[in-house]
Design a protein. Structure first.
Length: 268
């Protein structure tokens, strides 16, 4: 009976690891698509902007940097759960293994899937490149780094024009009362900061709660309930952290605006 329970537990743990791995992969592509669309929209904005290119380029640099960091984090957790799947698969005694197959066996299976005799020269050349197994996630990470470089080049190329605009702003500033703008920026920064603190605090209070009145006597059911509760708590905390980070960004942006205006006033 104990052996049967252990096998059932291993099967459940394998399924949890496999589902989490697939979930992490889907999250990676959802996040990448989001950042790709956002960068594409910023590129369109730069093409149509008149005098705001440097600001948009700066936003693109920040977005690309966040995309790069998110890609690295997503890859970390994807690898973590892929390894977990391999380890859990080994406990089930699957032979030959599906996820823990050696590189030689994986390459052999891919080669066998190619119909070499009916392929022309170009098709066979593509097949050979496929056998080199380029990393899709690594390609997306490189793409985010490439976007950062492109935005940096755009920012540097637009810097002289931005300096001329700044000189013009300094010339016009004596005729413009920025006091109310400072007050508004400071107020919005304070509100955004308080909202960020609220979400950080709520995130720290997320509890792992399986929802039991009494813990099940079945070890398998108890383990599954604890793991499910852990995953639910993790995603709740992640959602709250995302909101907190967003409001923190708003607070920093409004505070930076207020600081820039004060500097312009001091320099006039």
């Amino acid at each position: 009976m104990a052996d049967t329970n252990q096998i059932s537990l291993n099967e459940r743990l394998f399924k949890i690891a496999l589902d989490t791995r697939n979930f992490e992969i889907s999250l990676f592509w959802q996040r990448s698509n989001y950042f790709l669309v956002l960068n594409g929209a910023l590129i369109v904005a730069v093409a149509k902007a008149d005098g705001w290119e440097l600001g948009i380029a700066f936003a693109g640099m920040v977005t690309s940097l966040l995309w790069f960091l998110v890609s690295l984090g997503s890859k970390y957790w994807q690898n973590r759960w892929e390894r977990e799947v391999e380890l859990r698969e080994a406990t089930l005694g699957i032979d030959p293994p599906l996820f823990g197959a050696t590189q030689e066996r994986t390459r052999q299976l891919v080669e066998q899937s190619f119909n070499w005799t009916n392929h022309g020269f170009l098709h066979r050349a593509v097949n050979r490149m496929v056998l080199r197994k380029p990393s899709v996630s690594l390609a997306m990470t490189f793409l985010s780094a490439l976007f950062f470089v492109v935005w940096l080049v755009i920012a540097v190329s637009r810097l002289p024009g931005a300096l001329k605009t700044l000189q013009l702003a300094r010339a016009l500033l004596p005729h413009f009362d920025v006091g109310w703008v400072n007050i508004a920026a400071d107020t919005l920064a304070a509100i955004s900061g308080l909202l960020a603190v609220k979400y950080w605090w709520q995130s720290s209070k997320v509890r792992i709660d399986p929802g039991w009145q009494t813990e099940p006597g079945d070890d398998v059911a108890a383990m599954q309930g604890k793991i499910s509760a852990l995953m639910i708590a993790f995603w709740k905390a992640a959602a709250l952290n995302t909101k907190a980070a967003l409001w923190t960004g708003f607070a920093v942006a409004f505070a930076a605006l207020s600081t820039v205006l004060r500097l312009l006033v001091a320099l006039r």
